[in-house]
Design a protein around this ligand. Sequence first.
Ligand SMILES: C[C@@](CO)(OP(=O)(O)O)[C@H](O)COP(=O)(O)OP(=O)(O)OC[C@H]1O[C@@H](n2ccc(N)nc2=O)[C@H](O)[C@@H]1O
Ligand SMILES: Nc1ncnc2c1ncn2[C@@H]1O[C@H](COP(=O)(O)OP(=O)(O)O)[C@@H](O)[C@H]1O
Length: 303
Amino acid sequence: MSAPTSVTVRVPAKVNVQLAVGAARPDGFHDLANVFLAVSLYDEVTATRAAALTITCEGPDADKVPLDRTNLAARAAELLAARHGIEPAVHLHIAKDIPVAGGMAGGSADGAGALLACDALWGLDTPRAELLEICAELGSDVPFSLVGGAALGVGRGERLTGLPVGGPFHWVFAVADGGLSTPAVYGEFDRLTEGVDVPEPTASPALLEALATGDTTALADALVNDLQPAALSLRPSLAATLEAGTGAGALAALVSGSGPTTAFLVKDADAARTVADALIASGTCRAARPATSPAPGATVLTA
Ligand SMILES: C[C@@](CO)(OP(=O)(O)O)[C@H](O)COP(=O)(O)OP(=O)(O)OC[C@H]1O[C@@H](n2ccc(N)nc2=O)[C@H](O)[C@@H]1O
Ligand SMILES: Nc1ncnc2c1ncn2[C@@H]1O[C@H](COP(=O)(O)OP(=O)(O)O)[C@@H](O)[C@H]1O
């Protein structure tokens, strides 16, 4: 088969159904018990042969995405090329549907997507374990974007164990105006827990059981995000969004990761429409996006 001139990869967003955060480590990171669940909001990354590394981006949030070498997609292409001793001669186009700086790992999705797309474009067949190593180098959340489904991330969140997951689970995601910086939210967590004996993070057995059995009510009771107080402290207006969703019948509401996107777990697709309409009517968010989980990890669409 002749080498492709273009490869497109689709990559999901995530929500953290449990984010247990330990005390700050000497390297500034925090040990986590991070239960990731991939959801059906996707970015698509297309890699096309080119003379040099360039990036373009389309979508409602495209103006907030850096188009230089700090873009995680560009860094992924560079790391992969360097490992194989080749030039990163590729054009990367990102069709962005995941909110930017929203706590849904959109940048990580693009990093994982670019890695897989370049690997196929350049015909490298890099072993999966090596791709996961590069992902971990790109960022704590990037390995999960590659694997999708559900997984427990320990260490800084990069050391993954796949989890059994039932479902489907139905969600609504309320997109806030503006983003929140992940380091700033972890910094606020440190400030709020100063002088407190922060316990070792561990995954909740009740939550893992609810995920595995696809029990939405049990999952709603078990959702927990230790970064939520920090996100609310930096963005107090999120409390009104959380109330608007629960007031409209969501089974549970929480901040997605470092925020400011908020996540609402609902019974079914009808409830998702009702909660999304109520969130928009409340005027407390910019958009309300129904989605389901689990979703597959980074997937090549064309090669
Ligand atoms: C909070 C989470 C939850 O999944 O994601 P978001 O909700 O922002 O998407 C993650 O822990 C974010 O992962 P990611 O965005 O990949 O973080 P990285 O690039 O590795 O690190 C960015 C910064 O976040 C802080 N950080 C990150 C991970 C971690 N376990 N401890 C930390 O303290 C550090 O300040 C670090 O410099
Ligand atoms: N491909 C990318 N898409 C979005 N943001 C990116 C990308 N590459 C780098 N970034 C930077 O990462 C920051 C965090 O973005 P993102 O990954 O969307 O949010 P979060 O870490 O909250 O999930 C952005 O503000 C942006 O500066």
